[in-house]
Design a protein around this ligand. Structure first.
Ligand SMILES: Nc1ncnc2c1ncn2[C@@H]1O[C@H](COP(=O)(O)OP(=O)(O)OP(=O)(O)O)[C@@H](O)[C@H]1O
Length: 696
């Protein structure tokens, strides 16, 4: 039986075709012989550099490019191109097996041959070379092959390397990029290992077996199991994450079972959510048909709930399987449990009344501390540690709170108790109380409501929410599947899962390949974070080491301005520049630090005739609002010392220090998240002295 693989590049090219041409492609491919040898007519092109390239005719103008096997009957659809470009493809591209990692490679041989004399000429006057510090044997160990090696040896600077980004085999270019960025050969080896494969490669790679190489590259090639599978792929060509999982993502998502709670960590955009979605569907498919959803997937906001539902719908269209998965925020789950138990919905205090409540409580203790402080002490100490009463509070260790209290604990408790009594007297509750009540209700029941709970955005959950999640499932295998990135923590919820009875030891996995953004932007962003290890949910420091992308693009531009007006003018110019390059307005995102700043930015763009609303406008968001969005070009404005205080500058009284430090931490990670929302180009501006976070 003939077999077919489809390349990521094929779907990327298919997306750009007009609908009638797409239909012709569908039609041509529907003739693929899944069960017989008859069907597609494959043509050999004259002058092909690679003997295995064939084309299929879509119509007079379009050609599909196919890699035909030397032996066997496994074909791979590489891309679809107009016929003249198809000819150029055939006369320039060559395929190979990466000699260190065994993955599939493609290079533009004709363009490399053209560029080489220019590099050779311009390097004649210079004695030192870009890779003088790396031995041949080290380059070979990193997969640089005998044809690329001579070229590597004549390069003098990044200017020689940069133009080769799209011409050299991708893994080989990445190795050189990392070496040029100052990583040692051992570090590059480690990075390539996690970028290209899940397990370290076994010796004995057959350098001629392209089919085996295709199988070893699941993030770029996927097998097509039959006509329906193919139709599903062509119907969802944008959703590449549906099909092309990185080997590590696939291994995590499709593992038979985890003997207990599992944790997946990874930097922003490393496909943690995608992995959780695949896991949810994998688990749902294994369940026997039954009543009601047995799987719960939780996330942080209602917007993210909608996004997850939409993505699940793309991953699987079988309603009976989909209906086994409920997607919700943790708050909503808690709310429903309490409502069902009590027979009426819990009455939750509104935000403005809540501020007044804590403010009055502070007044009650003569403002010994502020209302804000009382609230966070209640959240971060009393509720976090599940302290039942005054005595428990008076004897507790205030873990996670920065300094010693400047007033007696007794006074603080008096304020907290006042607020809680007031609330009780009007029959209202705070959100965290509702979650705690739900956890308690479940603890008293025999049968947990779900078999599997998958938790997205785990870094921002409060211990009370974890207690609820833990009680939603029993102790069986695959009970909890958690994804989290401690570097994106927005709130001050430093949680140790172990202390909450959720033990992930031995079931903790890490994703390191970023899909949302380029290596250039990632490297800058990691520098912004200053690569300080942050404590993870599993009590292990979470390092960003090895966090990388195989996408390449422009280096971020950081621009200082004398004042805010000049900064806004600069932004308008930058956005206009992107629009002039043909980038669509909705693919441009501007992150402003605060709501007020967002308004100022919008006004400035609008005054210049640039739309900032609707589907076709530039998207202006606060940094928190960026969550869940992705752009081609991104700007981050207003990150200067005035607006983002440095931790060292925080010397005020305790409660302010705590709030400030929290704000600072928040800015640090939000800046990071915001900046990595851009796929191709990143522009960051500030006035006066730059914030310490972008000084790098
Ligand atoms: N294997 C893949 N192939 C192609 N695209 C992918 C793959 N995995 C993830 N992506 C894409 O990368 C982007 C980020 O993925 P995802 O949201 O799952 O990452 P994340 O680690 O959960 O991000 P965050 O930490 O910001 O929540 C999305 O656009 C997703 O579609």
């Amino acid at each position: 039986m003939a077999r077919l693989n489809i390349a990521k590049d094929f779907l990327a090219a298919y997306v750009k075709l007009e609908k009638p041409v797409q239909r012709l492609v569908d039609n041509a491919l529907s003739r693929f012989p899944f069960h017989t040898h008859a069907g597609l007519h494959l043509e050999k092109l004259q002058g092909s550099i690679d003997p295995l390239v064939r084309t299929i005719r879509i119509n007079d103008f379009w050609r599909g490019i196919v890699l035909a096997p030397e032996t066997g009957d496994e074909y791979t659809l590489l891309t679809v191109l107009p016929h003249d470009k198809a000819n150029r493809y055939a006369t320039s591209k060559r395929f190979s097996v990466n000699q260190a990692f065994g993955v599939f490679e493609v290079r533009d041989q004709a363009a490399i041959d053209q560029l080489e004399p220019a590099i050779r000429n311009s390097s004649q006057e210079t004695e030192t070379r870009l890779f003088d510090h790396v031995k041949d044997s080290q380059l070979v160990r990193l997969g640089i092959d005998a044809e690329v090696l001579p070229l590597v040896r004549i390069m003098v600077s990044d200017e020689h390397l940069d133009p080769l980004a799209t011409l050299l085999p991708e893994p080989q270019y990445n190795a050189l990029f990392l070496l040029a960025a100052g990583y040692s050969p051992d570090e590059v080896w480690q990075q390539l290992c996690s970028q290209l494969v899940d397990e370290k490669p076994e010796p004995g790679i057959d350098p001629t077996d392209l089919t085996a190489a295709i199988h070893r590259t699941p993030d770029r090639f996927a097998p097509v199991t039959g006509p329906e599978d193919l139709a599903g792929m062509l119907a969802n060509p944008f959703a590449l994450w549906r099909i092309f999982l990185h080997e590590r993502q696939g291994n995590i998502a499709h593992r038979d079972f985890y003997s207990g709670p599992a944790l997946v960590t990874g930097g922003a955009g490393t496909g943690k959510t995608v992995t959780a979605l695949h896991r949810a569907v994998f688990l749902a498919k294994k369940l026997p048909p039954g009543e009601g959803p047995a799987i719960l997937m939780t996330t942080f906001t209602n917007n993210l709930v909608d996004a997850l539902k939409e993505q699940l719908g793309r991953l699987i269209d079988d309603e009976s399987i989909l209906s086994r998965i409920r997607v919700s925020t943790v708050h909503k789950v808690a709310y429903d449990i309490v409502r069902e138990e009590e027979g009426s919905p819990p009455d939750i205090i509104h935000d403005h009344a809540k501020t007044r409540l804590w403010h009055n409580a502070a007044k009650h203790i003569n403002e010994a501390v502020s209302g804000k402080f009382l609230e966070s002490e209640w959240e971060q100490v009393v509720m976090a540690q599940d302290l039942a009463d005054r005595d428990a509070y008076l004897t507790c260790v205030r873990k996670g709170r920065s300094k010693r209290l400047s007033v007696p604990k007794e006074t603080v408790w008096k304020g907290i108790a006042h607020a809680l009594d007031q609330l009780k007297s009007v029959g209202q509750r705070l959100h965290t109380q509702v979650v705690a009540d739900a956890a308690r209700i479940l603890a008293g029941q025999n049968r947990p409501p779900y078999l599997h709970v998958l938790v997205d955005e785990g870094q921002d959950l409060h211990p009370t929410q974890w207690r609820l999640l833990r009680n939603l499932v029993g102790d069986q295998p695959d009970n909890l599947f958690i994804v989290s990135d401690p570097n994106q923590r927005i709130y001050d919820n430093r949680v140790s899962l172990g202390s909450l009875g959720i033990n992930v030891r031995g079931r903790s996995k890490r994703l390191t390949v970023g899909y949302r953004t380029t290596q250039e932007i990632l490297q800058w962003s990691v520098g912004v974070l200053n690569a300080k290890d942050v404590m993870g949910l599993d009590d292990e420091p979470d390092t960003l080491d090895g966090y990388q992308s195989s996408l390449h693009g422009r280096r971020p531009v950081i621009h200082p301005y004398p004042d805010r007006d000049a900064e806004l003018d600069g932004l308008v110019q930058q956005v206009n520049g992107w629009l002039d390059q043909g980038i669509e307005a909705h693919a441009i995102g501007v992150a402003a630090r605060t709501k007020a700043m967002r308004k100022t930015v919008r006004d400035a763009l609008k005054a210049a005739g640039i739309a900032t609303s609707g589907k076709n406008g530039v998207r202006v968001e606060t940094m928190a609002g960026m969550k869940g969005l992705e752009f081609q070009c991104g700007a981050v404005v207003g990150v200067d010392r005035d607006t983002v205080p440095h931790p060292a500058a925080v010397t005020t009284v305790e409660e302010d220090a705590a709030t400030h430090a929290q704000d600072t931490q928040r800015e640090r990670c939000l800046l990071f998240v915001a900046s990595t929302r851009a796929r191709d180009a990143l522009y960051v501006s500030h006035t006066g002295e730059p914030s310490p976070f972008i000084a790098s």
